[in-house]
Design a protein around this ligand. Structure first.
Ligand SMILES: C[S@@+](CC[C@H](N)C(=O)[O-])C[C@H]1O[C@@H](n2cnc3c(N)ncnc32)[C@H](O)[C@@H]1O
Length: 505
Protein backbone atom coordinates (compact mmCIF):
# COMPACT_ATOMS: atom_id res chain seq x y z
CA UNK A 1 0.00 0.00 0.00
CA UNK A 2 1.33 3.38 -0.86
CA UNK A 3 0.29 6.97 -0.99
CA UNK A 4 -0.17 8.69 -4.32
CA UNK A 5 -0.81 11.96 -5.99
CA UNK A 6 -3.70 12.77 -8.24
CA UNK A 7 -3.68 14.01 -11.82
CA UNK A 8 -6.30 16.42 -13.06
CA UNK A 9 -8.63 15.07 -15.72
CA UNK A 10 -8.77 18.32 -17.59
CA UNK A 11 -6.75 21.53 -18.01
CA UNK A 12 -6.46 23.68 -14.92
CA UNK A 13 -8.10 27.09 -15.27
CA UNK A 14 -6.44 29.93 -13.38
CA UNK A 15 -8.04 30.42 -10.00
CA UNK A 16 -8.19 33.66 -8.10
CA UNK A 17 -8.58 33.43 -4.36
CA UNK A 18 -8.95 37.13 -3.70
CA UNK A 19 -12.69 36.93 -3.18
CA UNK A 20 -12.49 34.04 -0.77
CA UNK A 21 -13.99 33.96 2.63
CA UNK A 22 -14.36 31.10 5.03
CA UNK A 23 -17.49 29.14 5.76
CA UNK A 24 -20.37 31.44 5.59
CA UNK A 25 -22.15 29.85 8.47
CA UNK A 26 -20.35 32.10 10.90
CA UNK A 27 -19.86 29.16 13.25
CA UNK A 28 -16.30 28.31 12.44
CA UNK A 29 -14.17 31.31 13.32
CA UNK A 30 -11.69 29.94 15.79
CA UNK A 31 -13.13 26.51 16.06
CA UNK A 32 -11.13 23.85 17.70
CA UNK A 33 -12.26 20.28 17.62
CA UNK A 34 -14.65 19.66 20.41
CA UNK A 35 -16.33 16.58 21.67
CA UNK A 36 -19.05 15.86 19.15
CA UNK A 37 -21.79 13.41 19.87
CA UNK A 38 -22.22 10.47 17.48
CA UNK A 39 -25.87 10.55 16.64
CA UNK A 40 -27.23 11.03 13.14
CA UNK A 41 -27.15 14.79 12.78
CA UNK A 42 -29.38 15.03 9.79
CA UNK A 43 -32.58 16.70 10.72
CA UNK A 44 -35.63 15.37 9.04
CA UNK A 45 -37.02 18.14 6.84
CA UNK A 46 -40.05 19.53 8.58
CA UNK A 47 -43.29 18.37 7.05
CA UNK A 48 -44.43 21.89 6.20
CA UNK A 49 -41.35 22.28 4.10
CA UNK A 50 -41.92 19.01 2.30
CA UNK A 51 -45.53 19.91 1.59
CA UNK A 52 -44.98 23.43 0.37
CA UNK A 53 -42.18 22.02 -1.75
CA UNK A 54 -44.52 19.55 -3.37
CA UNK A 55 -46.99 22.30 -4.14
CA UNK A 56 -44.47 24.66 -5.69
CA UNK A 57 -43.27 21.70 -7.80
CA UNK A 58 -41.42 24.00 -10.10
CA UNK A 59 -37.73 23.15 -9.85
CA UNK A 60 -34.97 22.90 -12.37
CA UNK A 61 -34.07 19.65 -14.01
CA UNK A 62 -31.83 17.43 -12.25
CA UNK A 63 -27.39 16.48 -12.93
CA UNK A 64 -20.90 14.38 -9.28
CA UNK A 65 -17.77 13.26 -11.48
CA UNK A 66 -19.00 9.81 -12.45
CA UNK A 67 -19.90 11.88 -10.68
CA UNK A 68 -18.18 13.08 -14.04
CA UNK A 69 -16.42 16.37 -14.59
CA UNK A 70 -18.23 19.17 -16.31
CA UNK A 71 -16.44 22.38 -17.17
CA UNK A 72 -18.61 24.77 -19.09
CA UNK A 73 -21.86 26.51 -18.32
CA UNK A 74 -24.80 25.04 -20.12
CA UNK A 75 -26.55 26.93 -22.90
CA UNK A 76 -29.82 25.24 -22.09
CA UNK A 77 -32.69 27.17 -20.58
CA UNK A 78 -33.78 26.30 -17.07
CA UNK A 79 -35.94 23.20 -17.41
CA UNK A 80 -38.94 22.93 -15.20
CA UNK A 81 -39.15 19.72 -13.26
CA UNK A 82 -42.83 18.91 -12.78
CA UNK A 83 -42.47 16.83 -9.65
CA UNK A 84 -39.28 18.14 -8.10
CA UNK A 85 -39.47 20.54 -5.21
CA UNK A 86 -36.06 21.97 -6.02
CA UNK A 87 -37.36 25.51 -6.24
CA UNK A 88 -38.33 25.63 -2.58
CA UNK A 89 -36.59 28.78 -1.35
CA UNK A 90 -33.34 27.85 0.41
CA UNK A 91 -34.38 29.98 3.39
CA UNK A 92 -37.22 27.50 4.02
CA UNK A 93 -34.84 24.53 4.13
CA UNK A 94 -33.29 23.30 7.35
CA UNK A 95 -29.71 24.60 7.84
CA UNK A 96 -27.02 21.97 8.49
CA UNK A 97 -25.95 21.41 12.10
CA UNK A 98 -22.98 23.68 13.01
CA UNK A 99 -20.90 20.56 13.81
CA UNK A 100 -21.05 19.69 10.14
CA UNK A 101 -18.91 22.75 9.34
CA UNK A 102 -16.74 22.39 12.40
CA UNK A 103 -15.49 18.86 11.77
CA UNK A 104 -14.24 19.88 8.34
CA UNK A 105 -12.97 23.31 9.20
CA UNK A 106 -10.51 22.03 11.77
CA UNK A 107 -9.14 19.73 9.04
CA UNK A 108 -8.48 22.37 6.38
CA UNK A 109 -11.76 22.21 4.47
CA UNK A 110 -12.71 25.68 3.28
CA UNK A 111 -15.89 26.95 1.70
CA UNK A 112 -16.69 30.35 0.29
CA UNK A 113 -20.13 31.91 -0.12
CA UNK A 114 -22.10 28.72 0.37
CA UNK A 115 -24.12 26.96 2.99
CA UNK A 116 -25.43 23.43 3.42
CA UNK A 117 -29.12 22.91 3.91
CA UNK A 118 -31.40 19.93 4.12
CA UNK A 119 -34.48 19.68 1.92
CA UNK A 120 -36.63 17.12 0.20
CA UNK A 121 -33.67 15.82 -1.84
CA UNK A 122 -31.56 15.44 1.30
CA UNK A 123 -28.56 17.70 1.90
CA UNK A 124 -27.72 20.24 -0.77
CA UNK A 125 -25.35 23.16 -1.22
CA UNK A 126 -26.79 26.66 -1.62
CA UNK A 127 -25.35 30.09 -2.41
CA UNK A 128 -25.26 32.32 0.68
CA UNK A 129 -24.73 35.47 -1.40
CA UNK A 130 -25.16 36.73 -4.95
CA UNK A 131 -22.34 35.97 -7.39
CA UNK A 132 -21.83 38.17 -10.44
CA UNK A 133 -20.73 36.35 -13.58
CA UNK A 134 -16.94 36.33 -13.89
CA UNK A 135 -14.80 35.46 -16.88
CA UNK A 136 -12.98 32.87 -14.83
CA UNK A 137 -14.28 29.97 -12.82
CA UNK A 138 -14.15 30.60 -9.08
CA UNK A 139 -13.65 28.37 -6.07
CA UNK A 140 -16.44 27.69 -3.61
CA UNK A 141 -14.97 24.68 -1.76
CA UNK A 142 -11.52 23.21 -1.12
CA UNK A 143 -11.25 19.68 0.30
CA UNK A 144 -7.83 18.19 1.12
CA UNK A 145 -6.91 14.69 -0.07
CA UNK A 146 -6.28 13.62 3.53
CA UNK A 147 -10.01 13.72 4.21
CA UNK A 148 -11.05 11.63 1.21
CA UNK A 149 -11.39 7.89 1.11
CA UNK A 150 -9.58 6.72 -1.98
CA UNK A 151 -8.84 3.37 -3.52
CA UNK A 152 -7.18 2.61 -6.84
CA UNK A 153 -9.24 0.84 -9.48
CA UNK A 154 -6.51 -1.67 -10.34
CA UNK A 155 -3.98 -3.83 -8.56
CA UNK A 156 -1.90 -3.16 -6.55
CA UNK A 157 -4.61 -1.65 -4.31
CA UNK A 158 -3.55 1.71 -3.08
CA UNK A 159 -5.48 3.53 -0.41
CA UNK A 160 -5.22 7.11 0.61
CA UNK A 161 -4.94 8.08 3.33
CA UNK A 162 -3.16 4.84 4.11
CA UNK A 163 -5.49 3.89 6.95
CA UNK A 164 -5.44 0.10 6.50
CA UNK A 165 -2.62 -1.42 8.58
CA UNK A 166 -0.56 -4.23 7.04
CA UNK A 167 -2.10 -7.60 7.78
CA UNK A 168 -5.58 -6.28 8.60
CA UNK A 169 -8.18 -8.79 7.29
CA UNK A 170 -10.16 -6.02 5.57
CA UNK A 171 -7.26 -5.86 3.12
CA UNK A 172 -7.76 -9.54 2.22
CA UNK A 173 -11.46 -8.92 1.67
CA UNK A 174 -10.73 -5.99 -0.60
CA UNK A 175 -8.05 -8.02 -2.35
CA UNK A 176 -10.54 -10.77 -3.14
CA UNK A 177 -12.64 -8.42 -5.31
CA UNK A 178 -12.66 -8.17 -9.06
CA UNK A 179 -10.56 -5.21 -10.20
CA UNK A 180 -12.79 -4.58 -13.19
CA UNK A 181 -16.21 -4.62 -11.62
CA UNK A 182 -16.11 -4.32 -7.83
CA UNK A 183 -15.08 -0.71 -7.14
CA UNK A 184 -18.25 -0.15 -5.12
CA UNK A 185 -17.71 -3.21 -2.87
CA UNK A 186 -14.11 -2.13 -2.18
CA UNK A 187 -15.10 1.44 -1.41
CA UNK A 188 -17.88 0.19 0.86
CA UNK A 189 -15.33 -1.93 2.82
CA UNK A 190 -13.01 1.07 3.12
CA UNK A 191 -15.85 3.32 4.28
CA UNK A 192 -16.98 0.85 6.95
CA UNK A 193 -13.38 0.43 8.09
CA UNK A 194 -12.85 4.24 8.26
CA UNK A 195 -16.04 4.74 10.25
CA UNK A 196 -14.79 2.14 12.75
CA UNK A 197 -11.27 3.69 13.03
CA UNK A 198 -10.54 5.62 16.20
CA UNK A 199 -10.08 9.34 15.48
CA UNK A 200 -10.87 8.99 11.80
CA UNK A 201 -12.69 11.96 10.28
CA UNK A 202 -15.30 9.64 8.70
CA UNK A 203 -16.41 8.53 12.13
CA UNK A 204 -17.71 12.07 12.57
CA UNK A 205 -18.77 12.72 8.99
CA UNK A 206 -20.84 9.53 8.96
CA UNK A 207 -23.37 11.26 11.23
CA UNK A 208 -24.23 13.50 8.30
CA UNK A 209 -24.55 10.80 5.67
CA UNK A 210 -28.06 9.66 4.88
CA UNK A 211 -29.13 6.71 7.00
CA UNK A 212 -30.63 3.63 5.33
CA UNK A 213 -34.09 5.23 5.80
CA UNK A 214 -33.05 8.50 4.22
CA UNK A 215 -31.24 7.02 1.26
CA UNK A 216 -32.93 6.78 -2.14
CA UNK A 217 -30.68 3.98 -3.45
CA UNK A 218 -32.69 1.07 -4.84
CA UNK A 219 -30.13 -1.29 -3.28
CA UNK A 220 -32.13 -0.62 -0.13
CA UNK A 221 -35.51 -1.03 -1.81
CA UNK A 222 -37.95 -3.73 -0.78
CA UNK A 223 -39.53 -6.03 -3.36
CA UNK A 224 -42.70 -3.96 -2.98
CA UNK A 225 -40.75 -0.78 -3.87
CA UNK A 226 -39.24 -2.44 -6.92
CA UNK A 227 -42.67 -3.42 -8.21
CA UNK A 228 -43.69 0.24 -7.99
CA UNK A 229 -41.14 1.08 -10.67
CA UNK A 230 -43.41 -0.45 -13.28
CA UNK A 231 -40.20 -1.35 -15.11
CA UNK A 232 -39.40 -5.06 -14.88
CA UNK A 233 -35.94 -4.65 -16.45
CA UNK A 234 -34.85 -2.09 -13.88
CA UNK A 235 -36.44 -4.10 -11.04
CA UNK A 236 -34.59 -7.21 -12.17
CA UNK A 237 -31.27 -5.34 -12.46
CA UNK A 238 -31.74 -4.06 -8.92
CA UNK A 239 -32.55 -7.54 -7.58
CA UNK A 240 -29.31 -8.79 -9.14
CA UNK A 241 -27.38 -5.92 -7.59
CA UNK A 242 -28.95 -6.48 -4.18
CA UNK A 243 -28.05 -10.20 -4.36
CA UNK A 244 -24.49 -9.37 -5.38
CA UNK A 245 -24.00 -7.14 -2.31
CA UNK A 246 -25.71 -9.72 -0.06
CA UNK A 247 -23.59 -12.61 -1.38
CA UNK A 248 -20.42 -10.57 -0.82
CA UNK A 249 -21.45 -9.92 2.78
CA UNK A 250 -22.35 -13.61 3.35
CA UNK A 251 -19.01 -14.72 1.91
CA UNK A 252 -16.93 -12.34 4.04
CA UNK A 253 -18.98 -11.84 7.17
CA UNK A 254 -19.33 -15.55 8.04
CA UNK A 255 -20.03 -16.54 11.65
CA UNK A 256 -16.40 -17.15 12.76
CA UNK A 257 -15.02 -14.00 11.12
CA UNK A 258 -12.67 -11.99 13.43
CA UNK A 259 -14.50 -9.40 15.54
CA UNK A 260 -12.60 -6.55 13.91
CA UNK A 261 -14.34 -7.45 10.67
CA UNK A 262 -17.64 -8.57 12.12
CA UNK A 263 -18.33 -5.28 13.89
CA UNK A 264 -17.95 -3.31 10.64
CA UNK A 265 -21.22 -4.74 9.35
CA UNK A 266 -22.94 -7.03 11.83
CA UNK A 267 -25.99 -7.18 9.60
CA UNK A 268 -26.13 -7.35 5.79
CA UNK A 269 -28.22 -4.17 5.74
CA UNK A 270 -25.22 -2.24 7.09
CA UNK A 271 -23.00 -3.49 4.28
CA UNK A 272 -25.64 -2.80 1.63
CA UNK A 273 -26.03 0.73 3.04
CA UNK A 274 -22.25 1.22 2.65
CA UNK A 275 -22.41 -0.01 -0.96
CA UNK A 276 -25.22 2.42 -1.67
CA UNK A 277 -23.09 5.23 -0.16
CA UNK A 278 -20.19 4.20 -2.40
CA UNK A 279 -22.34 4.06 -5.52
CA UNK A 280 -24.22 7.27 -5.00
CA UNK A 281 -21.31 9.42 -3.69
CA UNK A 282 -18.20 8.14 -5.48
CA UNK A 283 -16.08 10.47 -7.63
CA UNK A 284 -13.69 9.00 -10.21
CA UNK A 285 -10.28 10.61 -10.72
CA UNK A 286 -6.88 9.75 -12.07
CA UNK A 287 -3.94 9.55 -9.67
CA UNK A 288 -0.22 9.47 -10.25
CA UNK A 289 2.22 7.32 -8.28
CA UNK A 290 5.62 8.18 -9.67
CA UNK A 291 5.27 7.41 -13.35
CA UNK A 292 2.23 5.19 -12.82
CA UNK A 293 -1.15 6.70 -13.61
CA UNK A 294 -4.07 4.95 -11.96
CA UNK A 295 -7.80 5.52 -11.97
CA UNK A 296 -9.18 5.92 -8.48
CA UNK A 297 -12.56 5.89 -6.76
CA UNK A 298 -12.98 8.51 -4.10
CA UNK A 299 -15.43 9.56 -1.45
CA UNK A 300 -14.97 13.29 -1.01
CA UNK A 301 -16.66 14.79 2.04
CA UNK A 302 -18.64 18.00 1.54
CA UNK A 303 -18.33 17.80 -2.27
CA UNK A 304 -20.55 14.72 -1.99
CA UNK A 305 -23.37 16.93 -0.76
CA UNK A 306 -23.80 18.52 -4.18
CA UNK A 307 -26.93 17.42 -5.97
CA UNK A 308 -27.14 16.71 -9.69
CA UNK A 309 -28.42 18.91 -12.47
CA UNK A 310 -28.24 18.63 -16.24
CA UNK A 311 -27.66 22.38 -16.13
CA UNK A 312 -25.02 22.49 -13.41
CA UNK A 313 -23.54 25.75 -12.20
CA UNK A 314 -20.44 24.07 -10.69
CA UNK A 315 -17.73 21.52 -11.57
CA UNK A 316 -14.83 19.72 -9.87
CA UNK A 317 -11.18 20.51 -10.39
CA UNK A 318 -8.14 18.81 -8.88
CA UNK A 319 -5.49 21.24 -7.58
CA UNK A 320 -2.34 19.28 -8.00
CA UNK A 321 0.14 21.33 -6.00
CA UNK A 322 -1.52 20.94 -2.62
CA UNK A 323 -3.73 17.92 -3.39
CA UNK A 324 -7.06 19.64 -2.96
CA UNK A 325 -10.31 19.00 -4.72
CA UNK A 326 -11.87 22.30 -5.65
CA UNK A 327 -15.52 22.82 -6.36
CA UNK A 328 -15.74 25.73 -8.77
CA UNK A 329 -18.53 27.88 -10.17
CA UNK A 330 -18.60 27.88 -13.97
CA UNK A 331 -17.05 30.90 -15.65
CA UNK A 332 -19.75 33.38 -16.70
CA UNK A 333 -22.31 32.00 -14.27
CA UNK A 334 -24.62 34.37 -12.42
CA UNK A 335 -25.75 32.97 -9.06
CA UNK A 336 -28.36 34.41 -6.78
CA UNK A 337 -28.33 34.03 -3.01
CA UNK A 338 -30.30 30.85 -2.23
CA UNK A 339 -29.65 29.19 -5.61
CA UNK A 340 -28.73 25.55 -5.36
CA UNK A 341 -25.17 24.73 -6.43
CA UNK A 342 -25.14 21.61 -8.58
CA UNK A 343 -22.87 19.49 -10.71
CA UNK A 344 -23.60 17.08 -13.52
CA UNK A 345 -23.11 13.55 -12.13
CA UNK A 346 -22.91 12.03 -15.55
CA UNK A 347 -23.71 13.36 -18.97
CA UNK A 348 -25.74 11.49 -21.52
CA UNK A 349 -27.41 9.00 -19.20
CA UNK A 350 -31.01 7.89 -19.20
CA UNK A 351 -33.28 7.86 -16.16
CA UNK A 352 -32.89 4.10 -15.62
CA UNK A 353 -29.14 4.63 -15.12
CA UNK A 354 -29.70 7.45 -12.61
CA UNK A 355 -32.21 5.27 -10.79
CA UNK A 356 -29.84 2.31 -10.69
CA UNK A 357 -26.92 4.25 -9.29
CA UNK A 358 -28.42 7.21 -7.41
CA UNK A 359 -32.13 6.51 -6.90
CA UNK A 360 -33.60 9.52 -8.66
CA UNK A 361 -34.94 10.42 -12.08
CA UNK A 362 -36.16 13.46 -13.98
CA UNK A 363 -39.12 14.14 -16.26
CA UNK A 364 -36.97 16.50 -18.30
CA UNK A 365 -33.83 14.41 -18.74
CA UNK A 366 -32.57 15.46 -22.18
CA UNK A 367 -31.00 12.04 -22.68
CA UNK A 368 -34.03 9.86 -22.08
CA UNK A 369 -35.02 7.52 -24.88
CA UNK A 370 -38.17 5.92 -26.28
CA UNK A 371 -37.79 2.85 -28.47
CA UNK A 372 -40.18 3.20 -31.41
CA UNK A 373 -40.80 0.05 -33.41
CA UNK A 374 -42.82 1.28 -36.42
CA UNK A 375 -41.53 2.71 -39.68
CA UNK A 376 -42.94 6.26 -39.26
CA UNK A 377 -40.41 9.10 -39.46
CA UNK A 378 -40.65 12.88 -39.26
CA UNK A 379 -38.46 15.47 -40.91
CA UNK A 380 -35.56 16.26 -38.55
CA UNK A 381 -34.73 19.81 -39.62
CA UNK A 382 -38.37 20.88 -39.53
CA UNK A 383 -38.84 19.47 -36.04
CA UNK A 384 -35.69 21.24 -34.82
CA UNK A 385 -36.78 24.47 -36.43
CA UNK A 386 -40.29 24.42 -34.92
CA UNK A 387 -38.75 24.21 -31.43
CA UNK A 388 -35.72 26.44 -32.14
CA UNK A 389 -33.31 23.64 -31.31
CA UNK A 390 -29.74 24.31 -32.47
CA UNK A 391 -26.44 22.42 -32.43
CA UNK A 392 -25.45 18.90 -33.31
CA UNK A 393 -27.36 15.98 -31.79
CA UNK A 394 -24.89 15.51 -28.90
CA UNK A 395 -25.05 19.22 -28.13
CA UNK A 396 -28.68 20.15 -28.75
CA UNK A 397 -29.79 23.30 -26.98
CA UNK A 398 -32.81 25.55 -27.09
CA UNK A 399 -31.79 28.66 -28.97
CA UNK A 400 -33.58 31.46 -27.12
CA UNK A 401 -32.63 34.00 -29.76
CA UNK A 402 -34.63 32.19 -32.44
CA UNK A 403 -37.50 31.28 -30.21
CA UNK A 404 -40.85 32.79 -29.35
CA UNK A 405 -41.49 30.00 -26.84
CA UNK A 406 -43.20 32.31 -24.33
CA UNK A 407 -44.72 29.53 -22.24
CA UNK A 408 -41.41 27.72 -21.85
CA UNK A 409 -42.69 24.58 -23.56
CA UNK A 410 -39.23 23.60 -24.75
CA UNK A 411 -37.48 21.72 -21.97
CA UNK A 412 -35.11 18.78 -21.63
CA UNK A 413 -37.88 16.37 -22.64
CA UNK A 414 -38.28 18.18 -25.98
CA UNK A 415 -34.52 17.95 -26.56
CA UNK A 416 -34.77 14.25 -25.73
CA UNK A 417 -37.68 13.98 -28.21
CA UNK A 418 -35.51 15.52 -30.91
CA UNK A 419 -32.90 12.81 -30.27
CA UNK A 420 -35.19 9.85 -29.83
CA UNK A 421 -38.00 10.38 -32.39
CA UNK A 422 -37.36 8.51 -35.65
CA UNK A 423 -36.50 11.17 -38.22
CA UNK A 424 -35.42 11.53 -41.82
CA UNK A 425 -33.40 14.15 -43.63
CA UNK A 426 -32.42 14.20 -47.28
CA UNK A 427 -30.38 17.16 -48.35
CA UNK A 428 -32.70 20.03 -49.23
CA UNK A 429 -35.76 17.86 -49.90
CA UNK A 430 -38.61 19.59 -48.05
CA UNK A 431 -41.17 17.67 -45.99
CA UNK A 432 -44.62 17.03 -47.47
CA UNK A 433 -47.13 18.15 -44.80
CA UNK A 434 -49.65 15.34 -45.43
CA UNK A 435 -46.92 12.68 -45.13
CA UNK A 436 -45.53 14.34 -42.00
CA UNK A 437 -49.01 14.43 -40.45
CA UNK A 438 -49.45 10.72 -41.11
CA UNK A 439 -46.07 9.98 -39.50
CA UNK A 440 -46.98 12.15 -36.49
CA UNK A 441 -50.24 10.24 -36.07
CA UNK A 442 -48.48 6.86 -36.14
CA UNK A 443 -45.81 8.00 -33.66
CA UNK A 444 -48.43 9.43 -31.32
CA UNK A 445 -50.43 6.20 -31.50
CA UNK A 446 -47.33 4.23 -30.55
CA UNK A 447 -46.79 6.56 -27.57
CA UNK A 448 -50.44 6.13 -26.52
CA UNK A 449 -50.02 2.36 -26.68
CA UNK A 450 -46.96 2.60 -24.42
CA UNK A 451 -48.92 4.71 -21.91
CA UNK A 452 -51.87 2.31 -22.03
CA UNK A 453 -49.64 -0.58 -20.98
CA UNK A 454 -48.95 0.99 -17.60
CA UNK A 455 -51.33 -0.01 -14.78
CA UNK A 456 -51.61 3.64 -13.63
CA UNK A 457 -51.68 7.00 -15.36
CA UNK A 458 -49.41 9.95 -14.63
CA UNK A 459 -52.27 11.73 -12.86
CA UNK A 460 -52.88 8.69 -10.65
CA UNK A 461 -49.16 8.46 -9.84
CA UNK A 462 -49.12 12.11 -8.82
CA UNK A 463 -52.17 11.56 -6.59
CA UNK A 464 -50.50 8.55 -4.97
CA UNK A 465 -47.38 10.63 -4.29
CA UNK A 466 -49.44 13.48 -2.85
CA UNK A 467 -51.30 11.05 -0.60
CA UNK A 468 -48.15 9.59 0.99
CA UNK A 469 -45.98 12.47 2.27
CA UNK A 470 -44.39 10.17 4.87
CA UNK A 471 -43.45 7.48 2.37
CA UNK A 472 -40.08 5.72 2.46
CA UNK A 473 -37.54 7.38 0.18
CA UNK A 474 -37.18 4.30 -2.03
CA UNK A 475 -40.89 3.86 -2.72
CA UNK A 476 -41.22 7.57 -3.41
CA UNK A 477 -38.29 7.43 -5.84
CA UNK A 478 -39.82 4.40 -7.57
CA UNK A 479 -43.21 6.07 -8.10
CA UNK A 480 -41.53 9.26 -9.31
CA UNK A 481 -39.54 7.21 -11.80
CA UNK A 482 -42.62 5.74 -13.47
CA UNK A 483 -44.36 9.12 -13.33
CA UNK A 484 -41.37 10.77 -15.01
CA UNK A 485 -41.48 8.16 -17.74
CA UNK A 486 -45.13 8.84 -18.46
CA UNK A 487 -44.69 12.62 -18.33
CA UNK A 488 -41.89 12.26 -20.84
CA UNK A 489 -44.02 10.21 -23.23
CA UNK A 490 -46.91 12.67 -22.84
CA UNK A 491 -44.56 15.54 -23.60
CA UNK A 492 -43.43 13.81 -26.78
CA UNK A 493 -47.08 13.48 -27.84
CA UNK A 494 -47.63 17.21 -27.20
CA UNK A 495 -44.47 18.13 -29.07
CA UNK A 496 -45.67 16.12 -32.05
CA UNK A 497 -49.00 17.99 -31.93
CA UNK A 498 -47.24 21.34 -32.00
CA UNK A 499 -44.96 20.09 -34.75
CA UNK A 500 -47.80 19.12 -37.04
CA UNK A 501 -49.64 22.38 -36.40
CA UNK A 502 -46.63 24.48 -37.22
CA UNK A 503 -45.18 22.52 -40.10
CA UNK A 504 -48.09 23.61 -42.26
CA UNK A 505 -47.10 27.25 -42.20
C1 LIG B 1 -23.95 12.69 -3.90
S1 LIG B 1 -25.40 12.61 -2.98
C2 LIG B 1 -25.87 14.32 -2.90
C3 LIG B 1 -26.20 14.75 -1.49
C4 LIG B 1 -27.48 14.15 -0.98
N1 LIG B 1 -28.60 14.98 -1.34
C5 LIG B 1 -27.45 13.91 0.52
O1 LIG B 1 -28.47 14.17 1.17
O2 LIG B 1 -26.45 13.45 1.06
C6 LIG B 1 -26.48 11.89 -4.18
C7 LIG B 1 -27.90 11.67 -3.69
O3 LIG B 1 -28.59 12.93 -3.61
C8 LIG B 1 -29.93 12.82 -4.13
N2 LIG B 1 -29.99 13.65 -5.35
C9 LIG B 1 -28.94 14.23 -5.99
N3 LIG B 1 -29.36 14.95 -7.04
C10 LIG B 1 -30.71 14.81 -7.08
C11 LIG B 1 -31.74 15.30 -7.95
N4 LIG B 1 -31.44 16.07 -8.96
N5 LIG B 1 -33.01 14.94 -7.69
C12 LIG B 1 -33.32 14.14 -6.65
N6 LIG B 1 -32.40 13.64 -5.79
C13 LIG B 1 -31.12 13.97 -6.00
C14 LIG B 1 -30.12 11.33 -4.44
O4 LIG B 1 -30.69 10.76 -3.28
C15 LIG B 1 -28.71 10.84 -4.66
O5 LIG B 1 -28.55 9.45 -4.38
Amino acid sequence: MASFSVLPQQPIPFISHSHSQFWNSGHCGLATQQAISFCNKRKKPIQAVAESAAISANGTAASVADMSFSSSPSLLPLFKEPTSPQNTPASELEPADPDFYKIGYVRRVRAYGIEFREGPDGFGVFASKDVEPLRRARVIMEIPLELMLTISQNLPWMFFPDIVPLGHPIFDIINSTNAETDWDLRLACLLLYAIDCKDNFWKLYCDFLPSADECTSLLLATEEDLLELQDENLASTMRTQQNRALEFWEKNWYSSVPLKIKRLACEPERFIWAVSMAQSRCINMQMRIGALVQDANMLVPYADMLNHSVQPNCFFHWRFKDRMLEVMINAGQRIKKGDEMTINYMRGQKNNFFMQRYGFSSAVNPWDVIQFSGSARIHLDSFLSVFSISGLSEEYYHNNRLSNDGDGFVDGAVLAAARTLPTWSDGDVPPVPSIERKAVKELQEECQLMLAQYPTTAQEDQKILDSMPEARRTIEAAIKYRLHRKLFIEKVIQALDIYQEQILF
